[in-house]
Design a protein around this ligand. Structure first.
Ligand code: ARG
Length: 566
């Protein structure tokens, strides 16, 4: 693809004497218009010509140069249609030569991208929002890595705040009555709910909680801290189970508590820039000057305690100092938009040149059929249950379709979990998602299982070819001439990866894979691959192998497995 784009760009540049990097080559959506198109409005303007007649003039010149394509002027556009065998040979050879690294590059070399992702809160079940952050963040991280960037995935665990005083108080009072070891999150949830039930009638409880948090904040390494540490460890072990199923790892797991010792320094640093003020005993940064109506950022409360925002400021300073990042992405739900606007606004008021590199990668809500959660009331959905159910249903469907499958359990896990992940990445991330079981798991339509299934079918063709010794002949590329849409889609993959990373938008990859599957299935429905004349089968097998590679790579970038059979 890049080959044809370059050919066109250089030929047009030569004919117009306009530098190649200023020439835009598009891929028209409308297939009738050809494989590639160059709009001539801007080019014609540069030489003060009429766009349509200029296009005519250029077409005549280019025809001699670009012998492997048809060149036509249609209105103000130059349209190109590549000779089919040439398109097939170039595209397929490029994919097969690069193999699993097709689409990758080293353009990000020497640049560091930090991704703040997942970041659940200790002692609470991981929410659907944290799941989205994990899945979206991990996909973005893989995309950047594929492009050669050095990536640092950071889990900014919520392990600080006055609720930990409450929990410690609750553990001390009723901890003996719950099973913290077996099902820690459920046990902690029970304690949390009980605390909120009993607090209104028990002022002593409130006082115990306050005292516990005061001790925690004082840094004393005693009883309270030991309980807090245990809660943290128990929770992280639970979270790790989910991360393992999703195949997600972090380069740095660092809780908010870590920044406690940085806070004085952090606040001082901001005070030194002269932008802080006292307001009713609290220390704030006014942000009106950055954006009218933006509420101030509270750095320190009247009682001396710091806030979520203060800890995020401490974190971002340290991240910058240690990494000099190209970008620091925060994959966090849309409900925290104001928080990140304020964070950036403070950096802006401090005149830090790297402020634009700090980006809130926000996303919409995912609504489960079980309804809205409320931790305080104990009404929660356990993500593990969601994953378990997905795997169970996947298993049922697979048994029906392929009763003899050997690795049933493994494949069911890959398909079930993959379905949930794909569903999370399917639409633009800012859109809310309605989670509908039947839609998530369907083997047809816009789902993970559909892409995995398409991949598995291709893998099975390749297996059969190997068994039958087919595909070793030199290919007749004209035999895949009717697969132009598949070929063009394959060629587009590297651009899709680049664009998805740049926009931090994994849905560009999901949508691309769905389109590639649709094109592939419609080609395949009317084509025999195996058992044709050897050069014909060889060409079609080479195409099948190329699609298989791109589907597997794309699924991998999203965090889905690509089972060879299902
Ligand atoms: N723990 C926070 C929450 O659950 C999310 C943290 C996001 N990351 C950050 N650096 N603020 O709401």
């Amino acid at each position: 693809m890049q080959y044809f784009l370059d050919r066109i760009r250089i030929a047009v540049a030569e004919a117009t004497r306009i530098p190649p990097d200023q020439i835009r080559v598009e891929q028209p959506r409308d297939r009738e218009k050809g494989d590639f198109a160059v709009p001539c409005f801007v080019l014609a303007k540069m030489v003060k010509a009429n766009p349509a007649s200029y296009a005519e003039e250029l077409a005549a010149k280019l025809r001699n140069d670009l012998i492997e394509m048809e060149v036509a002027a249609v209105g103000p556009f130059l349209n190109f249609r590549v000779e089919r065998a040439e398109l097939a040979k170039r595209t397929i050879e490029t994919v097969l030569d690069s193999g699993t690294s097709f689409g990758s590059s080293d353009e990000g070399r020497t640049q560091r991208v930090l991704i703040d992702m997942s970041s659940p809160n200790i002692a609470k079940p991981m929410s659907v929002g944290h799941l989205r952050s994990t899945v979206i963040g991990a996909a973005i991280k893989r995309l950047f890595k594929f492009l050669g960037y050095e990536t640092v995935g950071i889990n900014h665990i919520g392990d600080w705040g006055s609720q930990f005083g409450k929990l410690v108080a609750a553990v001390r009072r009723w901890g003996a009555g719950v099973d913290l070891e077996q099902e820690p999150i459920k046990a902690l949830l029970e304690l949390y709910v009980r605390y909120h039930d009993e607090e209104p009638n028990d002022p002593a409880l409130t006082e115990e909680a306050r005292a516990a948090f005061r001790e925690l904040e004082s840094g004393v390494d005693g009883d309270v801290r030991a309980i807090w540490r245990r809660l943290t460890e128990l929770s992280l072990t639970e979270f790790d189970k989910i991360y393992a199923r999703l195949g997600v790892t972090f380069d740095l797991v660092r809780g908010e508590a870590y920044y406690e010792t940085h806070l004085d320094r952090t606040v001082q640093r901001i005070v030194d820039t002269g932008i802080t003020e006292e307001s009713q005993g609290a220390l704030i940064v006014d942000l009106e000057s950055v954006k009218k109506g933006m509420p101030p950022c509270l750095l320190r409360k009247t009682d001396g305690t710091t806030l979520y925002a203060t800890r995020d400021l401490a974190a971002v300073f340290e991240r910058w100092e240690l990494n000099h990042f190209e970008r620091c992405l925060y994959v966090v739900g849309m409900d925290q938009r104001l928080h990140f606007q304020q964070l950036k606004a403070v950096l802006q008021r401090m005149d830090l040149f790297w402020e634009p590199r700090v980006v809130h990668v926000d996303f919409g809500m995912l609504r489960l059929p079980e309804g809205k959660m409320s931790t305080r009331k104990g009404r929660v959905v356990f993500l593990e249950d969601v994953l378990d159910r997905a795997v169970e249903e996947a298993q049922r469907i697979i048994v029906e379709k392929n009763p003899g499958l050997l690795d049933l359990e493994l494949v069911a896990e890959q398909v079930g979990v993959g379905a949930v992940v794909f569903n999370d990445l399917k639409r633009e991330r800012v859109k809310d998602i309605e989670f509908v079981w039947a839609d998530v798991l369907s083997f047809e339509g816009e789902t993970g299982p559909y892409v995995q299934y398409t991949h598995a079918r291709l893998a099975s063709i390749l297996r059969k070819a190997k068994e039958g010794g087919e595909g070793a002949t030199s290919p007749d590329w004209s035999a895949v001439g009717d697969a132009a849409q598949v070929l063009l889609a394959l060629g587009r993959f590297p651009q899709v990866v680049r664009s998805a990373a740049e926009h931090a938008e994994p849905s560009e990859v999901t949508q691309y894979l769905l389109a590639l599957c649709r094109e592939t299935n419609s080609w395949y429905a009317s084509t025999r691959v195996l058992g044709e004349a050897p050069p014909t089968s060889a060409a079609r097998l080479a195409l099948v192998a190329s699609i298989e590679i791109v589907l597997a790579t794309g699924l991998g970038l999203l965090g889905l497995a690509a089972p060879a059979e299902m």
